[in-house]
Design a protein around this ligand. Structure first.
Ligand code: NI
Length: 517
């Protein structure tokens, strides 16, 4: 009840002042750039007799752009089914992190709930969003319009030292229903592993006092009448909920208030209003955590991107559209160069190695595992297993390779790719491992040139595809950057084969040519 009254009040203030939907117009009392953090208290701290700086409306919520936090991993989940579309962009620190886990779980919940609410099952797709997985944040738009949409986009609010603040905005548009927006700023401290949302900046119970400052800023800008309190009647919980988009800047906090479009036409984007509250006004109301976050942001230190020098980031192939690139017959003299490309692009791959090659190049085999790729069995010396008539000899081709892989890397391979893709029921019965084939054959061994390998990999892949290549041809290695970039541009997330199956492949003797679709 109170929440509804407040939403109406904020909506009323937006309408009364002609606040433009979606993009508030320039405000004469605000700094010239919406992304520039006000600096009055950092460049020249006022003396004890100086008047306190005042809260004021600013043109929009702080958005530093992706360049402020280099090294983040772009994420994209998208779906298109008839008139229904979902686009979710978010960014996670490399490797596994509390922030990454929390954001991914939150996106996962939102997209599945939205799909279910429209009578659809969540089914990630590609070619939905221009640019695919290429950008860190921004541009959660559709290639073609849809009637009902859920868009989730991220922006970088603050990044200093180990501290990262990322805003997630969820916009739900359904024909005949009011458009709803939810905005949250998440704070992550890589040094301590803690994550919080914007409400954690404040002492519990101090929320209404913070909103009093926000109201002062609204009154000063003429957004509400001089005697009006737009937050009258709010309880602590209601006040707290309003403060979830609280963005720490070098001089204070910018509070951005979302509200439903009460009385507006269906589909109209909800308005927002952002108020900068100086840190000196806030200090009595800050929690210990909030004070630490503001102090951290005020240092102005460059963002210390977490170091995770591998190609592997957590991936859930039921949430995003996965594809696997695979390399057979190595490791070879070319494999280290390939690994350099993969780690530079944070692209995981699956290597079907020959036992004798592992024995010859143990350092490279160890690198494959250490850098987050999957290593699997491609027999000892590459025979057509169907032609080995002796059962023991056939088994030995596989077992000896298993032994070399575990001896050199410490990892037990969990699948077999039979050379030439050759298998029959006898091979299946003797393999003791699932057989992994492919659905996209680049035929790179015919040396068609890198452009052809890129074209075949990128245009033919579908969700769940397994792309066959060989790390024994220079032209294949040359094609790999284009393959990775091209797949990502369509919206694919690269995953190892075992990741496509949620970490556990089907049983021994199974034959698979692609992941779940
Ligand atoms: Ni082979």
């Amino acid at each position: 009840m109170r929440g509804r009254a407040l939403l109406a009040a904020v909506a009323a203030l937006a309408m009364a002042t002609g606040l433009a939907a979606c993009a508030p117009g320039p405000d004469p009392s605000a700094p010239s750039s919406p992304t520039a953090a006000p600096r009055e208290s950092t460049s020249a701290p006022p003396g004890p007799t100086a008047p306190l700086p005042s809260p004021r409306v600013v043109p929009g919520p702080p958005d530093l752009g992706p360049a402020a936090a280099p090294g983040l991993v772009p994420r994209l989940a998208a779906m298109r089914q008839g008139d229904l579309a979902v686009v979710a962009r978010w960014a996670t620190p490399p490797g596994r992190s509390a922030l990454g886990d929390a954001l991914t779980a939150s996106v996962d919940r939102s997209v599945r709930e939205f799909a279910a609410s429209r009578g659809a099952a969540w089914a990630p797709g590609v070619d939905v969003v221009p640019g695919g997985v290429g950008r860190t944040c921004g541009g959660a738009t559709l290639a073609t319009p849809a009637v009902s949409t859920l868009t989730i986009d991220c922006s970088i609010v603050a990044a200093a030292g180990p501290l990262l603040a990322e805003r997630i905005v969820v916009v739900r548009r359904v024909a005949g229903e009011p458009t709803t927006v939810s905005r949250t700023v998440w704070y992550a401290d890589a040094a301590t592993g803690t994550i919080d949302d914007g409400t954690a900046l404040y002492l519990p119970g101090a929320e209404r006092r913070v909103l009093r400052s926000v109201a002062e800023g609204l009154r000063a800008a003429g957004r509400v009448g001089t005697a009006d309190d737009p937050f009258a009647g709010l309880d602590d919980a209601g006040a707290r909920a309003l403060l979830v988009d609280s963005a720490a800047t070098r001089s204070g906090v910018v509070v951005t208030l979302p509200h439903a479009t009460a009385g507006a036409a269906a589909g109209t984007p909800p308005s927002i209003v952002s108020v900068h509250v100086p840190g000196r006004l806030l200090s009595p109301y800050l929690s210990e955590r909030g004070a630490a976050i503001l102090a951290g942001v005020a240092t102005g230190e460059p963002y210390a991107a977490p170091s995770a020098p591998t190609a592997a980031d957590p991936v859930d192939c039921t949430l995003v559209a996965c594809v696997s690139i695979t390399f057979d017959d190595g490791p070879s003299s070319l494999t280290d160069g390939l690994l350099d490309i993969l780690v530079e692009r944070r692209a995981p791959a699956t290597f079907y190695v020959q036992g004798n090659a592992v024995q010859n190049r143990p350092e490279t085999a160890r690198r494959i595992v250490a850098e987050g790729h999957e290593i699997a069995n491609h027999t000892w010396k590459h025979p057509d297993l169907r032609k080995i008539t002796d059962d023991a000899e056939l088994r030995e081709e596989i077992r000896r390779t298993q032994g070399a892989i575990v001896a050199v890397t410490g990892v037990t391979a969990t699948s077999l790719r039979p050379p030439y893709g050759g298998y029959d029921v006898r091979v299946q019965a003797l393999a003791e491992l699932p057989l992994i084939l492919w659905d996209i054959d680049t035929e790179d061994w015919r040396r068609p040139g890198p452009d052809v390998v890129v074209e075949r990999s990128v245009t033919r892949s579908a969700k769940g595809s397994i792309v066959l290549m060989h790390d024994t041809h220079t032209s294949t290695i040359e094609a790999v950057p284009g393959v990775i970039d091209g797949l990502r541009a369509r919206g694919f997330t690269l995953a190892t084969v075992v990741e496509q199956f949620g970490g556990a492949l089907p049983g021994a003797g199974s034959v698979l040519t692609h992941g779940p679709r």
